[in-house]
Design a protein around this ligand. Structure first.
Ligand SMILES: NC(=O)C1=CN([C@@H]2O[C@H](COP(=O)(O)OP(=O)(O)OC[C@H]3O[C@@H](n4cnc5c(N)ncnc54)[C@H](O)[C@@H]3O)[C@@H](O)[C@H]2O)C=CC1
Ligand SMILES: O=C(O)CCC(=O)C(=O)O
Length: 391
C-alpha cells in the first residue's frame, strides 16, 4: 500500500487514478510515499524522509524545493501543457478586458442608480470614458514559447495582431506547434521594443526574476499593456505602477493580486485563476497521478522536472532495483559488480542521466536480498535506492 499526501485540493478524476487497493490518499497522513500539490509553498515544509516522489498538478514548480529533492534522489513531476489552454483563454480575456476598458466600464455600470431613463442617460453620457482600442494591427510580444506561450501567440495571430516571440530554449515539439506567422525576436529587449502588448510565459527561476523591469518597460511602445499570467516576481510591480501612473503603460493585467496593485484603476487582477477550469484541473491531476503511480509501482519516469525520462516495461517475475546516483563515471560498473558478487543475474538494465543526476533501473531474475540493496546504497555517489518486488 502506498500513502499519498495531498497538500491542495486535487481533482477527484485524478485521485481516482490511484486505486484504493494500492493507494491511501489523504491530506493528513504519516510517512507518505508521495506528495501531490498545486500551489502550496513547500519550501518551508519539513518533507519527510519517506517521500519518494512529488507530483505538481500543474506547470510551475517554483513552490517546490526541487534542488533539495534532487540531492535526496527524489523526482519532482509536473503536468506539462495540461492547463495551457485554460491560461491562454484567461490571457485573451484579459487582453480584451484591458483594450476595451471592460473592468472600469463594468464597475461604472454596477454603480449606476435611478430609474431606467436616468440610467440610460448616464450610460450615453458616461460611455465616452471607456473608448478602447482594437487588436488587429497591434503588436504582441510573447516571452517564453512553451505550452502556454505558443497557444497565446497563435491565438493573437488569429485575432489579427502582429506577433513576435522570444525563447532561446524552445523545444522542437513547441516549434512544430507555433504558427509560422509568428515573428522571431532576437532578444528580450528586441521583442519589447517592438511590442505594445507584452505577455510573459516563462517559469520563475533566477534568470527570470525581475525580467520585466523599469528599463524594459520604457522600451515598450507608448500606452503599452503588460500581461503577467506566469508569476508575480517576473514583473517589477513598483516599476509597473510608476509606468501606469505616468501614462507610459495603459494597463497591467495579472493573475497575482497584491496590496500595491489593489484598487489601481488601470490594473486588472485575477486571483491566480489561470488553471482554474474543471478541464485543466482534471487534466493536470490525471496526468500527474498517472506519473506518480507509474513511478511508485514500476520505477519509470515521465515528465519529471529534475530526472531523465526512464521507460522500461516491468515484466512479470522480475524484481526491479531503482537507483538514483550522481552522474559520475563507473556507477553502473560498481552496481553490477555488487550484484555479481551476490550471484544476481541482470535481466535488463536502463541507465539515463540528466545534468548532475543519473537513474538506473536494473531488472533481475531473482529476489534482491536486503543486504544487496544496502551495499548498493553505500556506494559513494548513490543518493537513493528502491526495490520493487516481483509480481
Ligand atoms: N496563472 C496560472 O495559473 C498558471 C501559470 N503558469 C506559469 O506559466 C509558466 C509557463 O508555463 P508553460 O508554458 O506551461 O511552461 P513551459 O515549460 O511549457 O514553457 C516555458 C517556456 O519558457 C522558456 N523560457 C525559460 N526561460 C526563458 C527566458 N529567460 N526567456 C525566454 N524564454 C524562456 C522555456 O524555454 C520554455 O519554452 C509556468 O512556469 C508557471 O509559472 C502555468 C500554468 C498556470
Ligand atoms: O494549480 C493552480 O491553480 C495553479 C496553476 C499554476 O500556477 C501552474 O500550473 O503553474
Amino acid at each position: 500500500m502506498f500513502k499519498i499526501q495531498t497538500l491542495n485540493n486535487i481533482s477527484v478524476n485524478g485521485l481516482e487514478r490511484l486505486p484504493r487497493e494500492n493507494f491511501e490518499v489523504a491530506s493528513e497522513i504519516q510517512n507518505p510515499d508521495a506528495i501531490l500539490v498545486r500551489s502550496a509553498d513547500m519550501h518551508k515544509l519539513d518533507i519527510p524522509g519517506s517521500v519518494k516522489a512529488i507530483g505538481r498538478a500543474g506547470a510551475g514548480t517554483n513552490n517546490i524545493p526541487v534542488a533539495q529533492m534532487s540531492k535526496r534522489g527524489v523526482p519532482v513531476f509536473n503536468a506539462p501543457g495540461a492547463n495551457a489552454n485554460a491560461v491562454k483563454e484567461l490571457v485573451l480575456a484579459s487582453m480584451l478586458m484591458a483594450s476595451r476598458n471592460l473592468a472600469q466600464s463594468l464597475d461604472f455600470v454596477r454603480k449606476l442608480d435611478g430609474d431606467d431613463k436616468a440610467m440610460h442617460e448616464a450610460v450615453e453620457a458616461g460611455k465616452k470614458k471607456f473608448v478602447g482600442m482594437e487588436l488587429p494591427g497591434r503588436t504582441l510580444g510573447v516571452i517564453g514559447l512553451g505550452a502556454i506561450g505558443v497557444k497565446v501567440a497563435n491565438a493573437a495571430l488569429e485575432l489579427g495582431m502582429t506577433v513576435y516571440g522570444y525563447d532561446p530554449a524552445m523545444t522542437v515539439q513547441n516549434a512544430w506547434q507555433l504558427n509560422s506567422g509568428v515573428r522571431q525576436a532576437v532578444s528580450v529587449d528586441d521583442l519589447i521594443s517592438k511590442s505594445q502588448f507584452l505577455s510573459v510565459h516563462v517559469p520563475l527561476i533566477d534568470a527570470t526574476r525581475g525580467l520585466i523591469n523599469a528599463e524594459r518597460i520604457r522600451l515598450m511602445k507608448k500606452q503599452g499593456v503588460i500581461l503577467n499570467f506566469a508569476r508575480d516576481a517576473i514583473v517589477d510591480q513598483a516599476a509597473v505602477i510608476e509606468a501606469l501612473n505616468a501614462g507610459q503603460l495603459y494597463a497591467y493585467a495579472c493573475d497575482f493580486p497584491s496590496n500595491a496593485l489593489k484598487g489601481h484603476p488601470r490594473v486588472i487582477a485575477t486571483p491566480h485563476l489561470g488553471a482554474s477550469t474543471g478541464e485543466a484541473e482534471d487534466n493536470c491531476a490525471v496526468m500527474v497521478a498517472d506519473q506518480i503511480r507509474e513511478f511508485l509501482e514500476q520505477g519509470t519516469i515521465r515528465n519529471s522536472v529534475n530526472f531523465p525520462e526512464a521507460q522500461m516495461p516491468l515484466l512479470p517475475g522480475k524484481t526491479r532495483l531503482c537507483i538514483v546516483n550522481e552522474n559520475v563515471p563507473n556507477m553502473v560498473g560498481q552496481i553490477s559488480t555488487t550484484l555479481a558478487k551476490h550471484q544476481l543475474n541482470i535481466a535488463d538494465l536502463l541507465n539515463k542521466s540528466r545534468g548532475d543526476l543519473a537513474y538506473t533501473i536494473v531488472d533481475l531474475d531473482a529476489q534482491v536480498p536486503d543486504v544487496v540493496e544496502r551495499e548498493i546504497a553505500q556506494i559513494k555517489g548513490v543518493l537513493a535506492t528502491r526495490t520493487i518486488a516481483a509480481r
